[in-house]
Design a protein around this ligand. Structure first.
Ligand code: SF4
Length: 178
């Protein structure tokens, strides 16, 4: 199985979630956020394809990292390879963050034809930073987020309750979601 990436993994990031993390940059995004910092990740035939096994091999070599982060681009456009990668990362004890331009409510909408795939991916994610980047709500003071509409969500609690539960651990870094 292959995944289309925008760039090679960032092995050591300290800005894409807590602690030292390895970031997977999924290629392809339809959200068209005004002011997007990474327009080269939008084209679904851009970037390059990599075997999922090669990504898993790289993740297995990590020593000091606390977790992995799915970013892009839009990771939820490629749920199948990312489910596989996340399952392996979990076995290694890594925690998993994901960024999505979709809101949590969109991702758990049972009427969406991609509901089952998205739910399977969410089941393997600890924390979701959700929603489009809104330029007028951008602030450089926000930790782990680009704009204040985005929320930091405890995914497993939210799936149980079927509503977004904000991640209390990071609440001090969050202003009130508008
Ligand atoms: S979701 Fe992210 S990558 Fe996609 S357009 Fe918005 S800011 Fe850019």
């Amino acid at each position: 199985m292959k995944i289309r990436l925008a760039s090679p993994l960032t092995i050591d990031s300290i800005v894409d979630g807590p602690g030292l993390r390895t970031v997977i940059w999924a290629q392809g995004c339809n959200h068209k956020c005004k002011g997007c910092h990474n327009p080269s990740t939008h084209d679904f035939s851009g970037g390059f394809k990599v075997d999922v096994k090669d990504i898993i091999d790289e993740i297995k070599k990590l020593k000091l990292q606390r977790g992995i982060t799915l970013s892009g681009g839009e990771p939820f456009e490629q749920p199948d390879p990312l489910i596989k990668i996340c399952k392996e990362a979990k076995k290694l004890g890594l925690d998993i963050w994901a960024y999505s331009g979709y809101t949590f409510e969109q991702l758990i909408d049972t009427k969406n034809p991609r509901y089952f795939k998205w739910k399977s991916l969410l089941e393997n994610i600890d924390t979701l930073v959700d929603g489009k980047f809104i330029e007028s709500k951008k602030s450089l003071l926000l930790k782990f987020r680009g704009s204040s509409n985005q929320r930091i969500i405890d995914v497993q609690k939210s799936l149980k309750l079927k509503k977004a539960v904000l991640h209390l651990e990071y609440i001090e870094n969050m202003d009130i979601a508008k």
